[in-house]
Design a protein around this ligand. Structure first.
Ligand SMILES: [Zn+2]
Ligand SMILES: [Zn+2]
Length: 339
C-alpha cells in the first residue's frame, strides 16, 4: 500500500474530513508506524476545537496509539521494522538539552508540543513518530483494549506512583470516568486503601468491582468531610473536568497529603491556610515519557488491569469524538484501525 487514510481536523471547530495521502517517508530519528488502534481522548479537543494558540492545520489528532514499526528513517538506533510500539502524548525528546540530561525529558527544551497536537497523530492508518517517543508493547496485549493505557493509563498510573502514598494509605480517586476507572484499578493493585468519589450512586457498584474499598457520593455528602472522617487522604487523584468539584474535595487531604491534578480545569482556588496547616500540596502531573508507558503496560498486564472501551472504525471518528465529548462513554472510546 502506498497511500494512507486519515481523519483530519480541518481547522478550529471545523470537525473532521477523511483524507487519502501519500505514505510519508520517516525523517531523521523518525519511524513510520502502521497504526492498529488509537484511543479518543478529551485532550484531542485541543486540536479539534483549537484550544491552543499557534496550532497548524490540517492536523491528524490522536495520542493513544498502538501499532507496528513499518519503516525506519536515518539515524534510528535500537528499533526494527516489525516491532510493536505505542505512542502517547509525549512527542519525544532530544536527549541532550539541560532538562533531558537531568532526566526530565518530558520537558525537553527542543522537542515541544504533543502527539496529535503539534505533530500528526493516530487517527490514521499510518503515522510518523520520533524513535524517542516509542514504547515497547508486549505482543500479547490486544491493541484496541490497550490503546487507552498510552494516555489515560499512563497518566493515572504514573501520577499515583509519584503521589507519596505507601501501601495502606488512604487514596481517593475523584471521578469515576475514563481516567478514574483506571485510577481505581491502579490504586487498589498498588495496595492503597482506595476510595472512589463520584456524584450519585450509579457508579458505586462498578467502582467497587474495579477494586475500590470505599465509595463517597459527593452529591449526598461533603466529600472533604467524608475523607476527613476516614482520617484524611494521603493523596487525591483529581480526574474530574470541573474546577468547583476539585475545590470541594481539596479539604479532604490529610497531613502531608497531595492532590494530584490531572484534569485540566483552568483556574483552581484552594484554601491556603488549610494547605499550610497540613503541610499539604496541590500538584500538577504530566502523563509521562515512553519508558513510563512501558511500566504502565507491564503493571497492567501483571495485574489484569483493563480499560473499558467503546469501539468505532476509523471513518467514524466524528461520532467517536462526539461520544467521548458527551461524557457518556463507558469509559474510553477507541478507533479500531488495522491488524
Ligand atoms: Zn490523552
Ligand atoms: Zn531535550
Amino acid at each position: 500500500m502506498s497511500k494512507m487514510r486519515a481523519m483530519v481536523a480541518a481547522g478550529p471547530g471545523k470537525g473532521f474530513r477523511l483524507e487519502e495521502r501519500e505514505l510519508p517517508a520517516p525523517g531523521r530519528h523518525e519511524v513510520r508506524v502502521r497504526v492498529q488502534a488509537c484511543g479518543v481522548c478529551h485532550s484531542d479537543s485541543v486540536t479539534v476545537e483549537g484550544l491552543m494558540p499557534g496550532l497548524v492545520y490540517p492536523r491528524i489528532p490522536g495520542h493513544e496509539v498502538i501499532g507496528v514499526v513499518e519503516a525506519l528513517g536515518p539515524d534510528v538506533d535500537g528499533w526494527e521494522v516489525g516491532t510493536r510500539v505505542g505512542v502517547g502524548w509525549f512527542p519525544g525528546a532530544c536527549g541532550w538539552c539541560g532538562h533531558c540530561r537531568r532526566g526530565d525529558s518530558f520537558a525537553c527544551e527542543n522537542i515541544k508540543g504533543a502527539t496529535g497536537v503539534t505533530r500528526d497523530g493516530g487517527y490514521a492508518t499510518h503515522m510518523l513518530a520520533l524513535a524517542s517517543a516509542l514504547a515497547h508493547v508486549p505482543s500479547d496485549l490486544d491493541s484496541v483494549e490497550s490503546a487507552p493505557l498510552l494516555c489515560a493509563g499512563i497518566t493515572t498510573f504514573n501520577a499515583l506512583r509519584h503521589c507519596g502514598a505507601a501501601p495502606g494509605d488512604l487514596v481517593a480517586i475523584h471521578g469515576v470516568g475514563g481516567l478514574g476507572h483506571l485510577g481505581i484499578q491502579f490504586a487498589a493493585r498498588a495496595g492503597y486503601r482506595t476510595v472512589a468519589v463520584n456524584r450519585g450512586r450509579d457508579k458505586e457498584k462498578l467502582a467497587r468491582e474495579l477494586g475500590a474499598h470505599d465509595y463517597i457520593d459527593s452529591e449526598a455528602a461533603d466529600p472533604a468531610a467524608a475523607l476527613q472522617s476516614m482520617g484524611g487522604a494521603k493523596a487525591i487523584l483529581a480526574t474530574v473536568t470541573n474546577a468547583q468539584a476539585m475545590q470541594a474535595i481539596s479539604g479532604g487531604l490529610g497531613t502531608n497529603g497531595t492532590m494530584l491534578v490531572i484534569g485540566a480545569v483552568g483556574a483552581l482556588t484552594v484554601d491556603s491556610l488549610d494547605l499550610l496547616m497540613k503541610r499539604a500540596a496541590v500538584k500538577g502531573w504530566y502523563s509521562g515519557v515512553a519508558r513510563d508507558s512501558e511500566d504502565t503496560l507491564s503493571f497492567s498486564r501483571l495485574h489484569g488491569i483493563k480499560s473499558m472501551n467503546e469501539i468505532y472504525p476509523l471513518e467514524e471518528a466524528p461520532a467517536a469524538y462526539e461520544r467521548m465529548m458527551s461524557g457518556k462513554a463507558r469509559f474510553r472510546v477507541v478507533l479500531r484501525i488495522g491488524d
